[in-house]
Design a binder for this molecule. Structure first.
Ligand code: PGA
Ligand code: ZN
Length: 424
């Protein structure tokens, strides 16, 4: 039973305040969880409550959310069985009482939801992935390493936010990790040799001032080959375009020009033809549903089209997308929706509809590794949690090594099968 719930303000990887929650059970178990935070957030995400008090952290303090945990959310679940995750998340949602968790903040709610799950797992003496996923949780994900950062995550001129290496041809998760790391280091030398800056962006990828978006993909291919791998067969590539960030007044502002959605779709068709691309996320803006449909009709049979800002891990928006035949994959960010239960609902809805699901970090992260357990618990087979650099990113990749070890012979690496549409 839940005996007490505490909370505090800690820092995330960008040096901004965030919420950490601690849950104490009556058997003496204590577990904590920390909440991540995005920069290129979708308009339809659950609400992140910040104090707005300019005298502290430029208004970004989270003391109100901390207070809500201590004064309202905690007392509402005290005495409840921590294993009743769905009941508890329902109580948290009711205490808030708003559609998008605006009153007490999704950051307050999520911290409690995650800490409860961790405490219940510990109390049951199970690893989190096993507790959440049950006896069938066994699939180790393909890690999608974001090795070039642009958009809102870096101060360079690249429009697209993320460039991924996806080591789909490895036999095991640990091998895929090594391949990604080796290629990441070669990429650094290649960028350096070509005279580009190798400083890092928010997610640990390099942030060079490349002259075009295509150039980023060319660098990835060069690095994959120089590291001794075959592009497409061993290591494929991918993009998070984060197109909402450069869309306004009906036009997409790309490489100094004003592009229509039709032009952008044609451009992506060309990229998919020319590069071994397994996944493209947010290729169009979060509200551009009709063009998303055209995009899906044009290339959705050949490449994974992921909705991040489009679906915001929200089962309702996802159901809408499925009904319209928009996209074919869900990006899963726990803080976009605010409870573990709703996150599970979104993932199972995706899987039932034949959509893939990719677990994801945020650009503002902490040392919390819950998403590594979640990707295995849901057998989703794909995770993006940044470059293999910076401890808040590497923490998740390292946790997956521990899970792989724990699973032993039962572990299966998702590999190529995680991307059923990929033909490259
Ligand atoms: P964010 O970026 O965490 O800044 O929203 C990640 C993404 O867009 O996938
Ligand atoms: Zn995204």
């Amino acid at each position: 039973l839940i005996e007490a719930v505490g909370a505090r303000e800690i820092l995330d990887s960008r040096g901004n305040p965030t919420v950490e929650v601690e849950v104490l059970l009556d058997d003496g178990i204590v577990q904590r969880a920390a909440v991540p935070s995005g920069a290129s957030t979708g308009a339809f995400e659950a609400y992140e409550l910040r104090d707005g008090d300019k005298s502290r952290y430029g208004g970004k303090g989270v003391l109100k959310a901390v207070e809500a945990v201590i004064d309202e959310l905690g007392p509402a679940i005290e005495g409840v069985d921590a294993a009743e995750q769905r009941v508890i998340d329902g109580i948290l949602i009711d205490v808030d009482g708003t559609e998008n968790k605006k009153r007490v903040g999704a950051n307050a709610i999520l911290g409690v939801s995650l800490a409860v799950a961790k405490a219940a797992a510990d109390s049951a003496d199970l690893p989190l992935f096993r507790y959440l996923g049950g006896p069938n949780a066994h699939l180790l994900p393909v890690p999608l390493f974001n090795v070039i950062n642009g958009g809102e995550h870096a101060d360079n001129g690249i429009d697209f936010q993320e460039y991924f290496l996806a080591p789909i041809g490895a036999d095991t998760y640990s091998e895929s990790l090594r391949w990604g790391v080796e290629t990441y280091h070669v990429l650094k030398s290649e960028l350096k040799a070509a005279g580009f800056n190798t400083g890092l962006g928010d997610e640990g990828g390099f942030a060079p001032d490349l002259p075009s978006n295509r150039e980023g993909l060319e660098f990835l291919l060069k690095a994959i080959e120089k590291a001794g791998f075959t592009p497409g067969k061993d290591i494929a590539v991918g993009l998070d375009v984060a197109a909402t960030e450069f869309f306004s007044d009906g036009v997409y502002r790309v490489e100094g020009g004003e592009w229509s959605a039709e032009q952008l779709i044609e451009y992506f068709e060309g990229l998919v033809r020319d590069f071994p691309i397994v996944t493209i996320e947010d290729a169009l803006a979060e509200d551009d549903w009709d063009n998303w449909k055209s995009l899906t009709d044009a290339i959705g049979s050949k490449v994974q089209l992921v909705g991040d800002d489009l679906f915001v891990t929200n089962p309702k928006r996802l159901a809408d997308g499925i009904a319209r035949g928009v996209g074919n994959s869900l990006l899963v960010k726990v803080n976009q929706i605010g409870t573990l239960t709703e996150t599970f609902d979104a993932v199972s809805l995706a899987h039932r509809a034949g959509y893939t699901a990719m677990l994801s970090h945020r650009s503002g992260e902490t040392e919390d590794t819950t998403i590594a357990d979640l990707v295995v618990a849901t057998n989703s087979g794909q995770i993006k949690t940044g470059a293999p650099a910076r401890s808040e990113r590497v923490a998740k990749y390292n946790q997956l090594l521990r899970i792989e070890e724990e699973l032993g012979d039962a572990a299966v690496f998702a590999g190529r099968s995680a991307f059923p549409r990929f033909q490259g």
